[in-house]
Design a protein around this ligand. Structure first.
Ligand code: HEC
Ligand code: HEC
Ligand code: HEC
Ligand code: HEC
Ligand code: HEC
Ligand code: HEC
Ligand code: HEC
Length: 412
């Protein structure tokens, strides 16, 4: 039986006033002091729960845009809202879901993206507004896929105190028919794209180097090498959007016919070059990174690295692979009898299991499958169920312990 939400919610964390007060508690907790673990109260009927996650394990962006742009600031935050009940019900309309990162509220003072957005993307953007019109604080819209989303949030990996902060703890508040629920999810973003390990350096110098230290030299080196090797004139066409010629599904560009996709061009051409680097994980030459450690999930703990799931650079750069679409699948390694995984042809980030609940609502984003090695990604599970790991406490969503056993089946 579904319980109708007549009265104001009595959740384990019931009012906005408390919510606001608690935010600073977390902020302090993340600054390094011992964390007060919130204790979930007994569930109440007529309440809602919200679960948040990011579509990707990491969003890369360039820090500067005057010379070249691989990727702009562009983060996408998702949330699912459920009316709790014996049979929980997923809310698909009429909810207001807001997001804010309390200590990262401005971007235009941290990158020069807004000075070059028009030249690169042909759009005039007000400061701190991203390519799809969303800001650093805002509300989500219904996605059509059982969840709510805010795409293109232009957050940077630098907080308001100008400290690097890749894992931005975002407060999400859902309001539905007078009921309120809160959660936290991570917006991961990094500009630790370490082309400077090799570019702008002599062959004897290659290896890790401080971020951004020599970026003009590095970027000009990349463009001039491209011009020399491929007969282009990029040095004189700055700022250069690589995806203008190299098709890039991440940006929705189709590129120039005959020119390899951005992903294929980068991975194939650098496949043997990276062997010169003496870093344990070669993918961290360009992906964030030696410092950021974007893969921080349960698999790292179990010794599973990038290439176990993605294959090597040559496999990633295979021209027959569709970048951003042909990605690893949980179901290709895991098989527990009775369990089902992603829908055929659907990415993990868009797949559902257990009555329409998204995989990522319970397990979190790829590369951040809980429990994770960094505290930020574990916050949501701690808050909602009192322990880290997958959301496995039935009464997070069900108002009473179901008598039937848990089913781990996909649902369409
Ligand atoms: C492991 C060292 C290494 C790293 C890391 C690296 N590159 Fe390169 N890159 C090279 C070498 C070597 C060349 C070839 C230079 C030559 O032949 O003169 C090259 C060439 C290029 C070219 C010219 C086109 C071509 O044929 O490949 C581009 C563009 C380029 N790199 C972009 C990048 C970008 C962008 C990054 C960071 C995301 C990056 N590289 C990271 C070593 C590296
Ligand atoms: C004006 C169009 C244009 C732009 C803009 C452009 N490229 Fe290219 N790129 C090309 C062409 C053409 C080739 C040669 C393709 C071939 O040989 O099949 C190429 C080749 C490459 C290669 C080598 C691929 C290989 O397999 O050898 C890399 C790497 C590369 N580009 C990276 C970049 C990066 C990074 C940027 C942005 C800084 C960029 N490109 C911007 C047109 C462009
Ligand atoms: C020389 C730089 C470089 C190295 C080294 C590198 N990547 Fe990438 N990778 C890139 C760039 C640049 C992009 C963004 C391409 C785009 O915007 O479409 C990318 C995107 C990707 C993507 C998403 C797009 C797709 O093809 O699905 C995957 C997956 C990926 N890399 C995996 C890896 C793995 C695994 C490794 C190590 C084996 C690795 N990369 C090493 C530069 C690199
Ligand atoms: C346990 C398996 C696994 C490991 C290990 C892993 N990935 Fe992934 N990766 C995935 C899956 C699954 C996706 C896509 C899921 C989706 O989009 O729904 C993905 C997607 C990506 C993407 C596309 C955009 C994004 O961030 O989601 C990039 C880039 C990427 N991986 C790079 C890496 C790099 C670099 C490493 C190592 C540091 C790595 N991956 C380790 C499973 C893995
Ligand atoms: C390349 C194969 C591979 C892929 C792809 C992969 N995993 Fe795993 N995963 C493993 C291995 C191996 C372990 C460790 C199992 C063990 O220690 O018994 C593991 C462990 C786990 C665990 C810890 C619980 C357990 O069963 O040990 C979870 C949860 C998990 N994976 C979820 C996922 C999810 C969700 C995805 C898709 C986003 C995924 N995995 C993709 C290989 C993979
Ligand atoms: C309602 C929460 C929930 C949803 C939704 C969910 N899972 Fe799980 N998942 C769990 C729990 C709980 C476990 C641990 C089960 C156990 O250990 O018996 C688990 C275990 C797993 C494992 C590791 C054990 C195994 O089966 O190999 C993988 C991989 C996995 N889930 C993938 C997925 C994928 C893919 C989806 C989406 C199609 C999904 N899950 C949806 C709760 C969920
Ligand atoms: C993240 C929220 C969530 C969690 C956690 C969760 N469930 Fe569910 N559950 C749902 C949703 C949504 C449905 C679909 C209800 C419907 O049929 O409309 C459902 C349905 C069910 C059903 C079928 C109910 C029916 O009569 O149709 C059973 C049985 C069930 N869950 C058992 C469990 C058990 C056991 C656990 C704990 C191990 C659990 N669930 C954890 C959200 C959740």
């Amino acid at each position: 039986m579904r319980t109708s939400p007549k009265t104001r919610a009595r959740t384990w964390w019931p009012t906005l006033a408390i919510a606001t007060a608690s935010v600073s508690v977390w902020a302090v907790a993340f600054a390094g002091s011992p964390k007060p673990e919130p204790k979930p109260e007994a569930p109440a009927a007529g309440s809602i729960v919200v679960l948040g996650f990011n579509n990707l394990g990491m969003h890369c962006m360039n820090e500067w845009f005057d010379n070249l742009c691989i990727l702009p600031p562009y983060n996408s935050l998702h949330a699912q809202v459920l009316i709790r009940g014996e049979e929980p019900h997923i809310v698909t309309s009429g909810a207001t879901i807001s997001y804010i990162v309390p200590n990262n509220t401005m971007s235009s003072n941290k990158t020069n993206f807004w000075n070059y957005a028009f030249q690169l993307f042909g759009v005039n953007l007000p400061p701190d507004i991203g390519l799809t019109g969303n800001g650093l604080v805002g509300t989500m819209t219904y996605s059509g896929n059982q969840d709510w989303v805010a795409t293109g949030i232009p957050i940077t990996p630098m907080n308001d105190a100008f400290q690097l902060q890749a894992y931005n703890v975002t407060n999400i508040t859902a309001n539905y028919q007078g009921m309120v629920a809160n959660t936290v999810a991570v917006m991961p973003v990094s500009w630790e794209i370490s082309c400077n390990m090799c570019h702008g350096r002599t062959p004897t110098q290659i290896g890790p180097k401080p971020l951004g230290s020599d970026r003009q030299v590095v970027e000009m080196d990349i463009l001039s090498k491209h011009d020399r090797l491929h007969g282009t004139n990029l040095v004189n066409e700055r700022p250069v959007l690589c995806a203008k010629c190299h098709a890039d599904p991440a940006l929705g560009t189709s590129g120039v016919l005959g020119v390899p996709t951005m992903s294929s061009a980068m991975h194939l051409s650098h496949a043997t070059r990276v062997n010169k680097l003496f870093i344990p994980n070669k993918c961290y030459a360009c992906h964030p990174g030696v410092k950021t450690q974007c893969q921080r999930d349960i698999h790292v703990t179990k010794g599973i690295v990038c290439t176990n799931c993605h294959g090597n650079m040559t496999a990633v750069g295979d021209p027959n692979r569709r970048p951003w679409q042909d990605e690893p699948r949980c179901g290709s390694c895991h098989s527990v009898p009775g369990h089902e995984y992603e829908q055929p042809g659907v990415l993990y980030q868009d797949s559902h299991g257990h009555g329409g609940v998204l995989c990522a609502s319970c397990h979190n984003s790829p590369h951040a499958i809980t429990p994770t090695t960094n505290p930020e990604d574990n916050q949501q599970a701690l808050m909602l169920q009192g322990h880290t790991g997958v959301i496995d406490k039935c009464t997070v969503c069900h108002t009473s312990q179901p008598s039937e056993s848990f089913f781990h089946k996909r649902s369409d």
